[in-house]
Design a protein around this ligand. Structure first.
Ligand code: PBG
Length: 355
């Protein structure tokens, strides 16, 4: 008889049949949660959260020129678009029933200065894009970031003096930037700068200038995050940024402080609030939604997008499944919507599964 590792490979005398028969353990369970998961129809029936195209805000990067699409290396599948291409993207968004776009300009280096003055140029790239998009697709929403970082030579969101980011002086400029954007036809002003008091100042000026219908989505709890890296490639501010943004963006270690920030922005007149980044801050998102019951949005930022795309590109995970799972997580945590670079891709997928 063959022996391997000291044990016989075959039995000389087969064991009695009874002992070979598999045991039939039966737990005495009245409650078996798996029953509601046993087929797709019932999983659909008991599903608590649903992702639809209504939940999506699609961020686009803009660049000068005509018929230009420049890939962003750290964000596979994302390109900087010239205005004509951004208009095509807006038409695609409308077809996909994505309600809103968010616009971010790449500003040519020769237009950047200490004061970020290009932000106040009514003919700047983002203002021209707003006009073109609102003309072509008037039924869709357009959101614009208010902050100076695409325009400053030092890459900061505000004015800098002796290495210090000035608060009140910056707010005065942001107010003018918001007015220029509203004048161009922007529907939602989204201050992303984290200066104190900017929401109230912007609201007051919009109202005084006759833009009472223009909404404000405050980047209310925005953290000083490493996950913005690819975005800064896309708008060219990685090259310019001096130091970091920790004197105005929040410390990732803090949670209660986020509630105080959100409370202030609501009191100052924010119509909607946002938590940013997304997945690493789901706890904040949930607390904000539960505490204030406001329209609450999450920003799945560039680094989150890049991580999923990089892993998918290497064959390390299923990109589409990871995309859907990450987006439903925002819904589960209480988000009313998500700014995501996956917007068009996930909308295509949702459309297919509907059909
Ligand atoms: C600019 C701004 C940033 C993002 C949105 N608006 C970057 C930053 O604050 O440095 C990040 C978006 C992303 O990473 O996708 N104030």
């Amino acid at each position: 008889m063959a022996i391997k590792f000291g044990r016989p490979l075959e039995r000389i005398h087969p064991a009695p049949v009874e002992t070979l028969a598999p045991p039939e353990p039966r737990l005495d369970l009245k409650i078996r949660p798996r029953r509601n998961r046993r087929a797709e129809w019932v999983r659909r029936m008991v599903r608590e959260n649903v992702l639809t195209t209504d939940d999506l805000i699609w961020p686009l990067f803009l660049v000068d020129g005509n018929n230009v699409r420049v890939p962003v290396a750290s964000m596979p599948g994302v390109e900087r678009l010239s205005i004509d291409q951004a208009v095509r993207a807006a038409e695609r968004a409308a077809e996909l029933t994505i309600p809103c776009l968010a616009l971010f300009p790449y500003t040519e280096p020769d237009k950047r200065d200490d004061a970020g003055s290009e932000a106040l140029n009514a003919q700047n790239l983002v203002c021209q894009a707003v006009r073109a998009i609102k003309k072509a697709v008037p039924q869709g929403g357009v959101l614009c970031d208010v902050a100076l970082d695409p325009y400053t030579s030092h890459g900061h969101d505000g004015l800098m003096r002796d290495g210090v980011i000035l608060n009140d002086e910056t707010v005065a400029v942001l107010v003018r930037q918001a007015l220029v954007l509203a004048e161009a036809g922007c529907d939602i002003i989204a201050p992303s700068d984290m200066m104190d008091g900017r929401v109230g100042a912007i609201r007051e000026s919009l109202d005084a200038a006759g833009f009472g219908d223009v909404q404000i989505m405050a980047y209310a709890a925005k953290y000083a995050s490493a996950f913005y890296g690819p975005f800064r490639d896309a708008i060219g501010s990685n090259a310019t940024l001096i130091g970091d943004k920790r004197t105005y963006q929040m410390d990732p270690a803090n949670a209660d402080e986020a509630l105080r920030e959100v409370e202030l922005d609501i009191a100052e007149g924010a119509d909607m609030v946002m938590v940013k980044p997304g997945l690493p801050y789901l706890d904040i998102l949930q607390r904000v939604k539960e505490t204030f019951r406001m329209p609450t949005f999450a920003y799945q930022v560039s680094g989150e997008y890049a991580m999923i795309m990089a892993a998918a590109g290497n064959g390390w995970l299923d990109g589409d499944k990871a995309m859907i799972e990450s987006l439903i997580a925002f819904k589960r945590a209480g988000a009313d919507g998500v700014l995501t670079y996956f917007a068009a891709r996930v909308a295509e997928k949702l459309k297919k599964t509907d059909a």
